[in-house]
Structure formats: structure tokens, C-alpha cells
Write a protein that binds this ligand. Sequence first.
Ligand SMILES: [Zn+2]
Length: 189
Amino acid sequence: MEKRYNALLFRRHPVLLRDREGMPFGFEHANGWFVLVDQLMTDLESLLRERGVSEAFWPRVVQVKEKFGTLRFYVRDMFPLNSAEDDAEGDEITGLLGRLAMEKVGAMCSLRPVSEIPAIAERIRRAEEESADLCERCGSADGLLRRGGWVHTFCDACEDLYQAADTYPDRDWIYVPIPDAEALLRQNK
Ligand SMILES: [Zn+2]
């Protein structure tokens, strides 16, 4: 995602995104999913507050990217899973490893981090599912296509531009302004 949108998300969600060094590439997808991930993190914050989880134990976001044309949003839990091992060492081990789950896309299988908190895992799953219906470039939900050797999720207009390009479009082509994100930048929120 464009640098200024990345910075905006880090500013808006400082606790979930406190592991800046662990996310050297920031949000590894185009601008079109800005609203989706911003809303997702706002909802995760509400869910954690509702459950009375102190901020020190909120999950950390460790990677956000596009994979096989849809969003992947990886978090690692920070709370000790076994209260009998409720010591600093236990926290550390849980924080580093988290829980991994098998994910299957077509014939491909891979491991991914998931939260042990069901409501958190479910909300993330829903956002990842919704990304399949949102253009990764401009955020539109109109006439979605997922085609080409390089699978991606673009609306008809973006797909036409993509197909019309003689060569693979350069990096800047992917970055178009997202009205909601521009409004937040203007309001400095
Ligand atoms: Zn589009």
C-alpha cells in the first residue's frame, strides 16, 4: 500500500500495529483494501475492549498481504495460553509462536498464524473473505474479475487498464487515491 496510507494505519491502530519492525514491508497490498483493513482493525479493537483484554495482551499484527488474489491478515496472540505457565517465559513463547493453522487454496496447502480468540479469528476470516469482492487497486465492488496467470482481484475498469498495458504496469500504476483514506488524511485522524 502507498506509504502515506501505511503510515495512516500505523497511526490509527498503534497497539495492534506495535510491532513495526516485525512488519518491515507494512501492508503488502494495494490501496483498494484500505477501508477493509482499517474497519477490520477498528472492530478487533472493539472486540478486545469488550472482552476486557488489556492492551499489553492484545494480539500483534505480524503480516498483512495479498495472496492468491485475496487478503491475508496474520496476528499472533500475546497472552499466555496456559495459566499454569503464567510467567514471563510463557508469554514470550506464546508471543513468538502463536497458533498455526492449515490453509488450503486449490491444491496448495500452507500454514498460517491464527488467533486463539474465536471472535478475533472469525472477524479476520470475514475480512479476508470480503476482499475477494473488492478491487485491490481502487476498492470498487463493481464487476469483479479474477483472471490472468497472476491471480488478482480487480474491478472491470482496473482490469481493462491492466490488460491494455503493453508490459506489466510499473509499481506506481497500482496506486490510486481512495476517497475515505484521503478524507482521514485531511482530518488528520
Ligand atoms: Zn478497481
